[in-house]
Design a protein around this ligand. Structure first.
Ligand code: ZN
Length: 430
C-alpha cells in the first residue's frame, strides 16, 4: 500500500462518535486525574462560620473530563449576611471573569486574575445592599493536581505534601501580624492602633480606624474605611502525582494549633475523620472560644483512598519557601514565579492590593460591537463611559485613558477609594 492509498483509507474511515471520544478521554484521564476526597467538621460559638463545597464543577458544561472542585470557608463578623452573600455569589462572579472557550492550561492561567475580579465584584455588590457585616474568605479551586487558593482575612489553607512538608498557601491579613498591610492601610488614609479604654495605653490586637477591625482585608464591611480591601492574596501550586492534603480552616483552629500541629494530628486518617480530629484537638487545647470550622481535602492518586502517611523528609531550613506559620506575609512584587517546594511546584503567587498590578495590561475590546468589558464587573461599556485601571485618579490631570484593562465608572470609583484616592470633598473622616 503506497502513501496515497493509506491517505485515502484514512479519509474513508467514518468519524468517531463524540461519545466514544469522551469515553476514551475519560479512560486516559482516569489514570492521570487524582481522586479528590473531602471531609468537614465544625463547632459553632457565634454561628458566623460558613463553608462551601462544590465537587462537580465543569469548565465545559456537559464534559466530565473538564471537571474541577471548589472548597471555601467564610468566617463572618458583625453578622452573617456578608458570609452568606459571598457563599452564594463568589463562585459565579469568579467564573464569569474567565473568558469563554479556554483550554485547561489557559483557563488555569486566567484563574488568578478572575479571582481578583470576582472578589472585588462580590464586595461591590454586597456593599450596594447597605448592610454592615463582613467576612473572611478562603477559596480553593482544585483542577487535577493544580491547587489555586485566594484569600482575604485570617482563615487559612495549609498543604501537607508528600514527605510531611507543611506549607501555608494563604497570608494572614491581620494587622497585628502583617507589617506590610499596616503600611498600606496607613498610606491609604486609615489609622492603626489599639483600643483605648479608660485612658489605658491601648488594649487588645491592633485595629484600624475608623471601624476598629483587626483585619486589613475582607469582603463586606461597608461601615469601615475603604482601605479594608477585598483584593485577595492568590497562590497557585501544582502537586506531584503523589498528591497532598489541604487543611482549610477558620481562625478558631489556627488560634489553637500551628500549621504543623494540625497536619500532624490527622495524618493517616481518612478526610472525614481527619476533620473531626483537627476540630477536637483545637478544642482540647483552647476550649470553644470562637467558631471553629475545618475542611480537609485529599488530592490522591486515583487508586488510593487515603492520603498516605509518609516518613518526614529532612527539611532545608534555609529555604524561605518552607513555611511554618512564620512567614506572615508574602512579597507583593513579581507576579509569575516558578519554584519548587519539596515535590510541589509553585506556579503563581501575588498579594498586592493594587488592582493595576493584579489585572494585567490588556484591554478586552469586543471587536464586533466596539464595546469594552470592565475587568471587574464584566459589564460591556462604550469607550467614553470608563477609564483604564492604570491611569491616575479620576480628577487627576495625569489621567491617561486606555493604558491597561478597562474599568467601568463604578468599579473605577471603587479602585480609587481602596487606594485612598478620593476626589476632594469625599475625604475619609474618623
Ligand atoms: Zn465594572
Amino acid at each position: 500500500m503506497n502513501q496515497k492509498e493509506v491517505f485515502k483509507m484514512k479519509q474513508k474511515q467514518p468519524p468517531v462518535p463524540l461519545g466514544t471520544l469522551i469515553c476514551r478521554e475519560l479512560r486516559n484521564e482516569k489514570v492521570t486525574k487524582p481522586n479528590v476526597k473531602f471531609g468537614q467538621a465544625a463547632l459553632a460559638k457565634k454561628g458566623e462560620d460558613l463553608f462551601f463545597i462544590k465537587s462537580d464543577c465543569q469548565r465545559v458544561p456537559g464534559n466530565p473530563s473538564t471537571s474541577f472542585s471548589v472548597f471555601a470557608i467564610f468566617d463572618g463578623h458583625n453578622g452573617t449576611s456578608a458570609a452568606i452573600f459571598a457563599k452564594e455569589n463568589l463562585l459565579n462572579n469568579v467564573l464569569s471573569a474567565i473568558p469563554q472557550g479556554l483550554g485547561r492550561e489557559p483557563w488555569l492561567q486566567a484563574l488568578p486574575r478572575a479571582l481578583v475580579a470576582g472578589f472585588v465584584k462580590t464586595d461591590i455588590e454586597f456593599q450596594q445592599r447597605g448592610e454592615t457585616s463582613g467576612t473572611t474568605v478562603t477559596f480553593v479551586v482544585i483542577d487535577d493536581w493544580t491547587v489555586t487558593v485566594a484569600s482575604v482575612g485570617d482563615s487559612r489553607c495549609i498543604l501537607d505534601a508528600q514527605g510531611g512538608i507543611v506549607s501555608l498557601l494563604t497570608v494572614d491579613h491581620r494587622l497585628e501580624e502583617n507589617a506590610e498591610e499596616r503600611e498600606r492601610v496607613t498610606a491609604s488614609g486609615g489609622e492603626v492602633g489599639r483600643l483605648n479604654v479608660y485612658g489605658s495605653n491601648g488594649v487588645g490586637p491592633l485595629r484600624c480606624w475608623p471601624g476598629g477591625l483587626c483585619l486589613s482585608r475582607s469582603i463586606g464591611d461597608t461601615d469601615v474605611g475603604e482601605f479594608i480591601v477585598p483584593v485577595p492574596h492568590v497562590k497557585q501550586v501544582k502537586l506531584s502525582n503523589a498528591g497532598g492534603r489541604l487543611i482549610i480552616a477558620s481562625d478558631g483552629i489556627w488560634d489553637a494549633l500551628s500549621s504543623d500541629m494540625a497536619a500532624q494530628t490527622c495524618r493517616g486518617l481518612p478526610a472525614e475523620l481527619a476533620a473531626k480530629v483537627v476540630v477536637k484537638e483545637a478544642l482540647r487545647s483552647r476550649g470553644l472560644k470562637d467558631d471553629t470550622t475545618c475542611l480537609i481535602v485529599d488530592i490522591i492518586p486515583h487508586d488510593h483512598l487515603i492520603f498516605p502517611q509518609t516518613p518526614k523528609k529532612k527539611q532545608n531550613l534555609l529555604n524561605p519557601l518552607l513555611i511554618f506559620g512564620k512567614r506572615s506575609q508574602c512579597s507583593t512584587k513579581g507576579a509569575n514565579k516558578s519554584s519548587v517546594v519539596g515535590d510541589v511546584e509553585e506556579l503563581f503567587e501575588e498579594g498586592s492590593a493594587m488592582l493595576a498590578e493584579r489585572l494585567g495590561k490588556d484591554s478586552p475590546l469586543d471587536s464586533n460591537s466596539g464595546l469594552f468589558r470592565c475587568a471587574i464587573c464584566q459589564a460591556d461599556q462604550s469607550s467614553s463611559e470608563g477609564l483604564s485601571v492604570n491611569s491616575g485618579p479620576v480628577f487627576s490631570p495625569a489621567s491617561k485613558p486606555w493604558a491597561g484593562p478597562f474599568l467601568c465608572d463604578s468599579c473605577r470609583r471603587k479602585k480609587d477609594a481602596m487606594e485612598g484616592k478620593r476626589p476632594i470633598g469625599h475625604a475619609i473622616t474618623a
